[in-house]
Design a protein around this ligand. Structure first.
Ligand SMILES: Cc1ncc(COP(=O)(O)O)c(C=O)c1O
Length: 432
């Protein structure tokens, strides 16, 4: 049996042994280059340039793809969330329910509206907002739910709506382009949907960008105004008259033109990614103590991030802290050439910016046990699986996992030598 790379053996996936182009993301072709050049040569370099065609075309194409009446392109996914929440009626002093595990942007957007995020724990299988934990987060001032389709799997929108009847639902679909729930696309499930076009996302741009989707004429009108200084869309020329609140949340035409090229390939890429990721996860599912993502039968997954849950008891480590298991396996797999990374190091309500007044980190750990256990007990692969050509590379990573699993007795010894702690250690390091 070959030695573990972390103990001096040859890595299962040696540097340079896989085709780097197979994991490049975004895929940039001559089509993107020509599209960007077309914009530069047009002289129409902002959304407000008279006759600007790229942004309106992207909005039309994305609305059609998502199966909604309207799309509003904005400057980032965070701007999409802030504008959509405000357009959906979230006002200063309101409360908005946010899952305890997500990117910090989700909660920042609520604050940018003058509202306060109230956190609810996530479901241990789907990693999305747990409908059974929503009622305890509701107050008389709660006006909206902001479920996150984390890692590309839609949250259980029907159950969430039943748990909070009458509240506006704004989807954080920043990671879920191309995913669906009960036959409808992510972004078409709530009052509004919000997407990021960050280059790391399944539908990328060159730079920053975001998209809002909605079927509501009212939300659409409000979002257009909020995006552009509270002005009404010009009939012929821009008036610069502010009719209400707003700012500059506009997308640029270069970014729109780039994303339109990406969108042409999105359906095919989503299908192919599903196939190659499925083959990869199928192999990992054979390893004891490693649980691959669950995809409920009523949903499709966009596979933006692959999160793998470790089950210490099934790894022969009953009663051992999951964080200790994760730390050792993370190091061992990275040494084998599997480029794992950690997606979120602490539940969001534990971040100093969002910690509810008067709650200690220990109380946060008690209140959001699933978010904490997810941070502690899972491994993540990001970005490498986005390019649909990554199939052979993912198969090489699967070999890396299988090799490490052949060495479980050594791994167990290393784990037992680890401190028995959890995510609070990472947070303590941040307190410096
Ligand atoms: C779940 C989630 N929400 C919001 C955002 C914010 O998007 P952006 O970086 O485009 O502002 C991100 C981006 O990482 C995200 O992953």
């Amino acid at each position: 049996m070959s030695r573990l790379a972390m103990l001096g053996g040859t890595p299962a996936v040696p540097a340079g042994s896989t085709d780097p182009a197979a994991t490049d993301w975004p895929v940039v072709t001559e089509a993107e280059e020509a599209a960007v050049l077309r914009v530069l040569r047009s002289g129409r370099l902002t959304a407000t340039a008279a006759g600007e065609p790229e942004i309106v075309a992207l909005e039309r194409e994305w609305a059609e793809y998502a199966g909604v009446a309207h799309c509003v392109a904005v400057g980032s996914g965070t701007a999409a969330l802030q504008v959509a929440l405000a357009a959906a009626g979230v006002r200063p002093g309101d409360r908005v329910v946010v899952p305890a595990l997500t990117m910090n942007a989700t909660a920042h957007a609520v604050r940018q509206c003058g509202a306060e995020p109230v956190f609810a724990d996530i479901d241990p299988d789907t990693y999305t907002l747990d409908p059974t934990r929503v009622p305890e987060a509701l107050t008389a001032r709660t006006t909206a739910l902001l479920p996150v389709h984390l890692h590309g799997l839609p949250a259980d929108l029907d159950a969430l709506r039943s748990a909070a009847p009458g509240l506006a639902v704004v989807e954080d679909a920043a990671q879920a382009h191309g995913a669906s729930y009960r036959g409808r696309a992510a972004g078409a499930l709530g009052l509004a949907g919000c997407f990021s076009l960050h280059p790391s996302k399944n539908l990328p741009t060159c730079g920053e960008g975001g998209l809002i989707t909605t079927d509501s004429d009212e939300v659409h009108r409000a979002a257009l105004a909020l995006r552009n200084f509270g002005e009404r869309p010009p009939v012929r020329t821009r008036s610069y008259i502010a009719h209400g609140p707003g700012g500059n949340a506009r997308l640029g035409p270069v970014q729109a033109a780039f994303t339109r090229c990406q969108l042409e390939r999105l359906p095919e890429q989503t299908k192919e990614r599903d196939r190659v990721v499925g083959a990869f996860l199928g192999r990992l599912a054979e390893l004891p103590g490693l649980r691959v993502p669950v995809v409920p039968a009523d949903r499709t997954h966009a596979w933006h991030i692959l999160r793998l849950r470790l089950v210490p008891a099934k790894l022969g480590l009953p009663g051992v802290a999951p964080a200790a298991v994760r730390r050792v396996l993370h190091r061992a797999l990275r040494a084998e050439g599997v480029p794992l990374s950690q997606y979120q190091v602490a539940p969001l309500p534990a971040h100093p910016a969002f910690r509810p007044a008067g709650l200690s980190v220990d109380e946060i750990a008690e209140r959001f046990p699933v978010a904490g256990a997810t941070v502690d007990g899972t491994l993540c692969l990001q970005r490498r699986q986005l390019n649909p050509a990554a199939g052979p590379v993912l198969q090489a990573y699967a070999r890396g996992f299988e090799k490490v699993w052949e060495h479980l007795p050594v791994i167990r010894d290393m784990v037992r030598a680890q401190p028995s702690d959890d995510w609070r250690r990472a947070l303590a390091g941040e307190a410096r």
